[in-house]
Design a protein around this ligand. Structure first.
Ligand SMILES: *[C@@H]1O[C@H](CO)[C@@H](O)[C@H](O)[C@H]1NC(C)=O
Ligand SMILES: *[C@@H]1O[C@H](CO)[C@@H](O)[C@H](O)[C@H]1NC(C)=O
Ligand SMILES: *[C@@H]1O[C@H](CO)[C@@H](O)[C@H](O)[C@H]1NC(C)=O
Ligand SMILES: *[C@@H]1O[C@H](CO)[C@@H](O)[C@H](O)[C@H]1NC(C)=O
Ligand SMILES: *[C@@H]1O[C@H](CO)[C@@H](O)[C@H](O)[C@H]1NC(C)=O
Length: 198
């Protein structure tokens, strides 16, 4: 009699602990799933930009450029860290890509954290400018430059990686020419995320 009551109690206790364990595990999975499926997008900004050189040379056929940018990435999520596989940037002037640079590889951005990535675009490119465009160019104090970012990252969910691709991030910049003076007049620019494929 007494023995059996003890048996029953133990069985109930074990079952209870087991049920609690299962419930805890399931809610942990659901919470993780909800967090990942409500992942907030990275906030991209260009905080500083300056053209150290931007001239047409060689009979108005070549553009020599030296563009320095500071880009920030902010992770707005409360509990999720982001692991980057790739951050590539390309600068575009008059629909021509100046060049592509790789900003970072295999880095980590913790929750609620911001990282500053400097980018330098330097080189020369053939351009076909009309005479009036050349004279406008030579009188300009700032230039419209489009910065495109191509970002691949992943977040951890249970034992797996959830990969996220953001290939169309565009920042429409007005970059002042810097003639040896410190860069002035650049407005912090918010980038637009045009699509996100999970
Ligand atoms: C980028 O930021 C660094 C550190 O704050 C600063 O020294 C540098 O001048 C900035 N670069 C540009 C192009 O503004
Ligand atoms: C190119 O631009 C830089 C700075 O804007 C200037 O100092 C330099 O003289 C220019 N070079 C030519 C060849 O125009
Ligand atoms: C510049 O153009 C003129 C006339 O089009 C040509 O005679 C000259 O050789 C060119 N110079 C260079 C460096 O290409
Ligand atoms: C380059 O463009 C400027 C401004 O339009 C013009 O004055 C100059 O003659 C051009 N130079 C050449 C070599 O075509
Ligand atoms: C720059 O990268 C983009 C993708 O981010 C690619 O489509 C483009 O061809 C690249 N351009 C150059 C000049 O490498």
């Amino acid at each position: 009699m007494g023995m059996c009551t003890f048996c029953c109690c133990s069985i109930i206790l074990v079952a209870l602990v087991f049920a609690l364990g299962i419930t805890g595990f399931v809610s942990w999975i659901i919470a993780g799933f909800v967090r990942v499926s409500h992942l907030k997008r990275i906030n991209y900004q260009v905080t500083d930009a300056s053209l150290l050189q931007f001239n047409v040379t060689n009979n108005n056929t070549t553009l020599e450029y030296n563009l320095a940018l500071n880009i920030t990435l902010q992770n707005p999520n409360d509990k999720i860290g982001l692991h980057f596989d790739r951050i590539e940037a390309s600068a575009i002037f008059m629909k021509q890509t100046l060049n592509n640079v790789s900003l970072s590889s295999s880095s980590y951005l913790g929750h609620k954290k911001t990282v500053l990535l400097p980018a330098l675009f330097k080189g020369q490119r053939q351009v076909a400018l009309r005479a009036d465009e050349v004279s406008n160019f030579k009188n300009a104090g700032d230039f419209d430059i489009m910065l495109n970012l191509d970002v691949k990252y992943w977040v951890k969910f249970l034992a797996s990686k959830v990969k996220i691709k953001q290939p169309h991030i565009a920042c429409s910049l007005k970059v002042p020419l810097n003639n040896g003076k410190p860069a002035e007049g650049f407005k912090v620019t918010q980038c637009k995320v045009q699509s996100s494929d999970k």
